[in-house]
Design a protein around this ligand. Sequence first.
Ligand SMILES: Cc1cc2nc3c(=O)[nH]c(=O)nc-3n(C[C@H](O)[C@H](O)[C@H](O)COP(=O)(O)OP(=O)(O)OC[C@H]3O[C@@H](n4cnc5c(N)ncnc54)[C@H](O)[C@@H]3O)c2cc1C
Length: 381
Amino acid sequence: MAANRSSWMNEDLDALRDLARAFFAKEVEPNIEKYRDQHHVDRELWNKAGELGLLCLSIPEAYGGGGGTFAHETVLMEEQARVVDTSWGVSLHNGIVAHYLLAYGTEEQKLAWLPKMASGEVVGAIAMTEPGTGSDLQAVKTKALRDGDDYVINGSKTFITNGAQADLIIVVAKTDPTQGAAGTSLILVEGDRAGFRRGRVLDKIGQKGQDTSELFFEDVRVPVTNLLGTTEGQGFIQLMQQLPQERLIVAAGAVAGMEVALDHTLRYTKERQAFGRAVFGFQNTKFKLAEVATEARIARVFLDDCIEKHLRGELDIPTVAMAKWWCTDRAMNVADTCLQLFGGYGYMTEYPISRMWVDNRVQLIYAGTNEIMKEIIARSL
Ligand SMILES: Cc1cc2nc3c(=O)[nH]c(=O)nc-3n(C[C@H](O)[C@H](O)[C@H](O)COP(=O)(O)OP(=O)(O)OC[C@H]3O[C@@H](n4cnc5c(N)ncnc54)[C@H](O)[C@@H]3O)c2cc1C
């Protein structure tokens, strides 16, 4: 069967794919077990990626980035999925945190942070979720109250990707706690500010190599110039504008994961023997993998259409919500179907299919749960 080349691919992206593939093979794949054991990637991975130009791929060159597009970020994600790594929070750093700065940062903020994010000197995180609220972002309790030329931040965040390694955290906080969405602002907090404390790296069922953490803010003072942008109360609008790209990133990771799961399972079932024949020879295996191949193809076509629209600035919020819930839902189903075809070996952590099964699960939860995605879609119907 001919491989389905994405419509948005081109020669420039082919070259990036080769570079990224070599990087993941050399720097990431041999270390995945170590990352899982220590619950974080090695800090210098970020610097090595920065040296090769793999960070901030879609940030303009004027700010130290690669001058590429979302297609460049997608190629990087696909190559990460190929080695079945979920430890390195690079898609959040590149595709989410850097884009908040690019879209809303003042010129000083962009020049201060983006070149360092591109070199790997600074690792980025975004802290929305709190122990008491996730889906209902208007209800965040963290406060950033103005005191002279400073904001004083108090509150706590949880489930924060890159939380243990982040040098710069975009914190969702209320600058006017009497308001809901209208009182919400995004504040830049440097990791070495007094009163800022990282909690434990959370013990998750999957994505074991990712340093998902709790963060605490106790009278953390930052200058008012750390407000992202120049106007208070814009945070909710900024989140609503950036969340579609975050959701497209999750959908892209899900689709890449489906393709990788299919690839691994085809190879395994064609080698593994039972009752004197390859497991692939059983009609059940062939039918299951025919279904997986079909779903992966449908997901890819839908995703590529979303990416094309996003590259043209035409992707609407309900459509990306469809991509996020459906692709992650099907990716979970694909991982489960494929794991079954590995038999007992599918349950062993040394087989990447086991990691896909457990790591995929969170895709239905983060970046807005799949129930919230359906709410968004239903509102547009
Ligand atoms: C590994 C991991 C990494 C993460 N990384 C980050 C990060 O970097 N930054 C960050 O800020 N957050 C991060 N999160 C948090 C994630 O975005 C939230 O967990 C998610 O938004 C859900 O919030 P919650 O956990 O509070 O669930 P809740 O909001 O309490 O939801 C519980 C259940 O209720 C359902 N529900 C809620 N509201 C509705 C509704 N209106 N209609 C129907 N059902 C509803 C939900 O769908 C869910 O099933 C991460 C989470 C995980 C697990």
